[in-house]
Write a protein that binds this ligand. Structure first.
Ligand code: WT7
Length: 698
């Protein structure tokens, strides 16, 4: 690593002096010293971090054992194998009993409607988690079983996931924006025996009848003989009805929420209340099963390498991959990254806006913050509902010190100008973060100058569902920032840049971003498909974990992510595979063939531009376009809704019949610099597509 440019004054930003005083890592030299140790002596470095946690038994074998080279055998990664622990115990019991944080707020919940809120302390959370863990056990859920969770952003979601962890069951959380079909596919793939969901919720003005979508998924599962036999439903939208059961049946936080909901009842009843479909053979209400559940539940002690959860992420074949993380490594990695990257201190109020249905919500709303005894905001709503100042109003209301969001949200808010931001004080803010996609320097500078008033460093954290936590990131007080760069590797992470031949490039270079050795939070396998894990991440360049992203390293050693180099695209920070969308389109009876490419979008970063070839006898009408959009929404979910659909009587293909997406991307952008097109079988189709481009977003 060469000295950064800051001495030469070119485009480098530094943290203010106040932040350095208390920082865990106050200088670049200190970062380098710790980094060197983390890579040269991983056992000592991570062993010290592991010491802060409770281990029932210490590891018996080596601290770390791995094979990263497919040519030498099975890929395997084991950290602290043989050690036993329980992650839920470490997040809750340890904080309540050892660290005396029982009365500290774990979460401030802020609902979709301003004024709808509640809070829950560490000891209240522990009590609820124990109760729900007992409920799960009564339902027959055992260590190693899978539980599917399909819920809005409510405290019960955190309770459900930690209750699974307490009894050694694996949670598989499916983002509540996914369709019935996507939920069903995930339930079947992971053989879940139980589903936890909620009645309904509002996203802004829009009512989502979640239970109804869950029922459609369950029906589809039933047709396929799934082992799922129980559905536990939280009464969320209908919470105030619970008051009639008498206040004694309600716990203090729920009572407070009910009161706040009741005060707002007049207002909220203006909105529709859906009818909740019910099958008494399968469905039970959360509040009914919780009523008599004991508040004590002995944690089930698990091996550090036992599976903690499955989280599905898009795969380039179109079928989602069940990414599996294990307990011990994930715990120490999310804890350490949270502490150092957000420079966490006990008095912080931390807010991560991600949904728990994505990995960011797992690692940096649940596991990382709770492992550190942090106080977080759990926000149910949308950034611009009921008005464009909502985010800043929440920051002022709770005096948020550390704020973590996505570039797409920043670009959206930026559109409304500085005034809605400046209306609020934001003086509590100390560190800002971004995640999910490359941030363009304009958005970075706006975030830095307007939101943070040049006082708050920005941590641009690069990572993936697969990496479990941050792998390239600044440390806020130590790393001089360059807008748009995720800067340097986190502790224990060793990046390299490879060329097409798999040679490591030195110094200033551009190529494939890979990692050379495991860090504790790396995924361990694809659920029930280890071979897919090996081929997806380890086959292209033996000896390396391949991220699928391209990157540049500049003369100062800074890393700049240039985006995906596989058939994946990143819409608002969420990965989708082009194949997944294509198969949703061709499932329509009018479509013979479809090709989907990513296209730049001012807010979402990237969006979907679809080319469809119709079957004989079908016309490309407005109506058909609407049907196709609906089809994709139903098959995958609203995040995958196409922005452009162009009729393509023919598609540019190689002589062997491979669709040339490189050419289609250029057509979508109206960029006639096509490069070499000598391999195109029928060049006339290119001209036709250029002449019939889709100019406006649907
Ligand atoms: C892909 C992983 C990690 C949580 C959210 C997304 C892109 C993520 C950055 C960043 C540039 C980024 C990459 C990566 N990405 N963070 N700071 N700068 N690109 O998780 O759905 O697994 O997506 O998101 O392309 O591979 P994911």
């Amino acid at each position: 690593m060469v000295l950064p440019e800051e001495e030469r004054g070119g485009g480098v930003f530094r943290a203010p002096a106040e932040l350095l005083r208390e920082a865990h890592v106050p200088s670049l030299d200190k970062y380098r010293e710790l980094y060197r140790r983390s890579v040269e002596e991983p056992q000592e470095f991570w062993g010290d971090i592991a010491k802060e946690f409770y281990w029932r038994c210490r590891h018996t074998g080596p601290f770390l054992q791995y094979n990263f080279d497919v040519t030498k055998g099975k890929i395997s990664i084991e950290w602290m194998k043989g050690a036993t622990t329980n992650i839920c115990y470490n997040l809750l019991d340890r904080n309540v009993y050892e660290n005396k944080l029982g009365d500290k707020i774990a979460f401030y919940w802020e609902g979709n409607e301003p004024g709808d809120n509640m809070k829950i302390t560490y000891s209240e959370l522990l009590c609820k988690v124990c109760q729900f863990a007992n409920v799960l056990q009564e339902q027959g859920v055992k260590k190693g079983d899978r539980v599917s969770i399909y819920m809005p952003m409510i405290i019960e979601l955190v309770i459900a996931m930690l209750a699974c962890a307490r009894i050694g069951a694996l949670h598989s959380i499916v983002f509540a924006g996914f369709s019935a079909e996507s939920l069903c596919e995930r339930i079947l793939d992971s053989h879940c025996s139980l589903l936890i969901t909620a009645d309904a919720f509002y996203r802004g003005d829009k009512l989502i009848n979640l239970k109804q979508i869950a029922d459609e998924a369950l029906q589809k599962c039933k047709d396929k003989d799934a082992p799922l036999r129980r559905c536990i439903v939280v009464k969320h939208l209908g919470r105030e009805e619970l008051l009639s059961d008498g206040p004694s049946s309600q716990s203090p936080p729920l009572k407070r929420l009910c009161q706040s909901v009741q005060e707002k009842k007049a207002e909220s009843s203006k909105k529709g209340r859906p009818k909740i479909p019910w099958d008494s053979e399968v469905d039970v209400w959360w509040h009914d099963v919780m009523k008599n559940a004991s508040r004590e539940c002995e944690p089930v002690w698990c091996d550090a390498e036992d599976e903690l959860f499955i989280l599905y992420t898009s795969g380039s074949t179109g079928k989602p991959k069940g990414v599996v993380h294990t307990i011990g490594g994930y715990m120490i990695f999310t804890a350490a990254t949270f502490k150092y990257v957000f420079d966490h201190h006990p008095e912080d109020i931390y807010w991560c806006t991600a949904d728990i249905g994505w990995i960011t919500g797992h690692s940096y709303l649940t596991y990382g913050p709770l492992a550190n005894g942090a106080t977080s905001i759990l926000f149910e709503g949308l950034p611009i509902y009921p008005d464009v100042g909502r985010m800043w109003s929440i920051i002022d209301k709770y005096k948020v010190t550390k704020f973590y969001t996505a570039p797409t949200a920043i670009r959206l808010l930026m559109k409304y100008g500085d005034e809605p931001v400046r209306k609020y004080s934001r003086k509590s803010l100390k560190v800002l973060g971004t995640v999910g996609e490359p941030i363009n320097p304009e958005a970075w500078l706006w975030y830095y100058r307007v939101v943070g008033e040049e006082r708050c460093p920005i941590v641009d954290t690069f990572w993936q569902t697969e990496t479990g936590g941050h792998v390239l990131t600044p440390l806020p007080a130590a790393t001089p920032m360059k807008p748009g760069s995720a800067t340097f590797p986190f502790f224990g992470v060793v990046p390299a840049v490879l060329d097409e031949a798999g040679e490591e490039l030195e110094g200033e270079a551009e190529g494939y971003l890979v990692f050379k050795q495991p860090w504790p939070g790396i995924m361990r396998t694809v659920y029930k498909n280890h071979q897919r894990f090996e081929t997806t991440y380890f086959k292209k360049f033996p000896g390396y974990y391949v991220t699928g992203d391209g990157c540049k390293r500049d003369k100062d050693g800074y890393y700049w992510i240039t985006g995906r180099i596989d058939d994946m695209l990143n819409v608002s920070g969420h990965l989708l595979s082009t194949a997944e969308v294509e198969s949703a389109l061709v499932a329509h009876s009018a479509v013979a063939e479809a090709a989907v490419v990513s296209h730049p979008h001012p807010v979402k970063g990237e969006c979907l531009y679809c080319f469809v070839t119709l079957r004989d006898g079908h016309d490309f009408t407005k109506n058909l376009m609407e049907e196709l959009k609906k089809q994709v929404r139903e098959k995958i979910g609203p995040i995958a809704t196409p922005d452009y659909i162009q009729h393509a009587p023919g598609l540019p293909k190689t002589r062997s019949g491979k669709i040339m997406r490189r050419v289609l991307r250029k057509i979508a952008k109206n960029d006639r610099e096509l490069g070499d097109t000598s391999t195109v079988a029928d060049p006339a189709v290119i001209n036709h597509l250029f002449n019939n481009r889709c100019e406006t977003i649907l």
